[in-house]
Design a protein around this ligand. Structure first.
Ligand code: FES
Length: 107
């Protein structure tokens, strides 16, 4: 097996799930399949990333999607954003500023 190029984690904590993250992951996997990228891009469900606790009321930034190795955290990701994430970020290597929660700094 060749190593994956990128890893996309879709939060499936309680608050992100209530905001539609399960459907986001389905759409993401469908889009990656359609683009022939499923063998290069790993997708996973993640537990709560704690971003949901940063707003009052809780969950204002949900759903959350994280992409490595870039360490990019996206918030308020909607179904319509999946196409853009795959086209711009995954295929184009460009961060989508509109969705950016933060970018991790290299150690
Ligand atoms: S449930 Fe997704 S960040 Fe907490």
């Amino acid at each position: 097996m060749k190593p994956y190029k990128q890893h996309i984690l879709v939060c499936h904590g309680k608050t992100c799930s209530a905001a539609g993250s399960e459907r986001l992951l389905e759409l993401l996997r469908d889009k990656l399949d359609a683009e022939g990228l499923s063998g290069e891009i790993k997708t996973s469900k993640g537990g709560c990333f704690s971003v949901c606790k940063e707003t009052e009321p809780k969950g204002g930034y949900c759903p959350v999607v994280v992409i490595y190795p870039q360490g990019v955290w996206y918030r308020n990701v909607s179904e319509k954003d999946i196409h853009e994430i795959v086209e711009k970020h995954i295929k184009g290597g460009r961060i989508i500023e509109r969705l950016l929660h933060y970018k991790m700094q290299p150690a």
